[in-house]
Design a protein around this ligand. Structure first.
Ligand code: HEC
Length: 105
């Protein structure tokens, strides 16, 4: 294939697009996992049981816009949440995923 300016530009563009598509789907996987854990499966009842389905709060406070570091801190300090420590590692992928989910709520 003869290299022309436009052929280089278009392969660069597709490489960029491919790169972006991969990143987006990794993010989407993490968000999907975070949503599931948050709504249903963290501690077999989800975070939603106490923080409501949209994160705006119920028994627990509004946690919309917080992140995984806030969750780790809450695991350490909030008595009501201690039982969750046996379900997931404090800095593990589940916490990162739930963090990504509540951050965008
Ligand atoms: C049994 C009820 C309960 C469940 C389940 C629960 N929480 Fe909580 N959570 C609380 C309560 C109550 C507080 C506030 C305690 C306080 O302020 O003293 C809290 C506080 C927090 C905070 C700190 C909020 C702040 O303003 O700093 C975060 C973050 C949090 N929870 C995230 C989660 C996540 C994520 C899950 C699911 C993995 C979860 N919680 C599950 C009851 C719960």
């Amino acid at each position: 294939m003869k290299l022309t300016k436009s052929s280089i530009t278009s392969s660069l563009a597709s490489a960029l697009l491919l790169g972006m598509a991969t990143t987006v789907s990794a993010d989407e996987d993490q968000l999907a996992m975070g949503k599931l854990l948050f709504e249903e499966t963290a501690g077999e009842m989800g975070c939603a049981a106490c923080h409501s389905i949209d994160g705006s709060g119920d028994v627990g406070p509004d946690i919309r816009g917080l992140d995984d570091l806030d969750i780790t801190a809450a695991f350490q300090s909030v008595m009501e949440m201690q039982f969750l420590r046996s379900y997931m590692a404090m800095n593990g992928p589940e916490v990162k995923a739930i963090g990504a989910w509540i951050e965008q709520l």
